[in-house]
Design a protein around this ligand. Structure first.
Ligand code: HEC
Length: 216
């Protein structure tokens, strides 16, 4: 419809029309009725200005007189997190979960290491001790060590929740890190803590023997 109007405008001069007789845009304009308030200029906003309802407006179209509709019963939002809240939020029955609710394997911890180094180490340090370039320059509130006694005493659910919801100056990593990866990171943070100042006799027997042989 706009093409027709443009063509009408540009074909006002006969000379121009002779020049562009083969030009498709000069095909005879189809008469169209202008909407009220519509100008003759090239209109790029006609979807915005067309007749439509704004949210919350009344409408006679629907029996309840409201333009906004409820989703059909039983509709589930595609971003709703479902499942055991201990697993999905790290909190169950008002308390942080005290055990990592997925099987902790060496593979999971190694996977967590990779994710930790991508998402957390820039601030908390590659060893989790809070030593990083960002921390040195973050004067307001430094990213804390994750291997000191304070954070290591946190139940796994609290570390998990920090990843999901953020904490103070730390943003949420919920959109970037899916559920399984979050628990893998939690497992790795716990492992990092264990790896610091571990008592020799707390190690399993074969590791104790190896440590005695290899460590000075
Ligand atoms: C951009 C820097 C940054 C990144 C990346 C980051 N953190 Fe933090 N984190 C912080 C800061 C800053 C604080 C302290 C926030 C405060 O006290 O206001 C913090 C605090 C924490 C705490 C302590 C929360 C508490 O209850 O005291 C934990 C646990 C934690 N981060 C874990 C993580 C994990 C796990 C990751 C990776 C998924 C991560 N952080 C990524 C900056 C960061």
């Amino acid at each position: 419809m706009k093409r027709g109007r443009l063509a009408t405008l540009s074909c006002l001069s006969a000379a121009h029309c002779a020049l562009c007789a083969l030009c498709l845009s000069c095909a005879p304009a189809t008469p169209t009725e202008a909407e009220p308030g519509e100008s003759d200029t090239l209109d790029l906003e006609r979807m915005i200005r067309q007749k439509r309802y704004a949210p919350y407006e009344p409408s006679e179209l629907f029996h309840d007189g409201a333009v906004m509709r409820h989703p059909p019963e039983g509709t589930v939002p595609n971003d709703r997190v479902t499942g055991d809240p201990g697993l999905t939020r790290g909190v169950a029955g008002g308390a942080y979960v005290a055990h990592i609710p997925v099987p902790v394997t060496l593979e999971l911890i190694r996977y967590g290491q990779g994710r930790f180094e991508i998402f957390c180490a820039a601030c908390h340090g590659i060893a989790g001790d809070g030593e990083s370039e960002v921390a040195r320059n973050m004067t307001q509130r430094r990213p804390p060590s994750l291997v000191d006694a304070r954070v290591q005493a946190f139940p796994p659910g609290r570390i998990y929740q920090t990843i999901v919801e953020g904490y103070g100056l730390m943003r949420s990593y919920e959109p970037q890190i899916p559920l399984r990866e979050r628990w893998a990171i939690v497992a790795y943070v716990k492992a990092l803590g264990r790896s610091r100042a571990a008592a020799l006799d707390a190690l399993p027997q074969p590791l104790q023997e190896r440590a005695r042989k290899e460590l000075p």
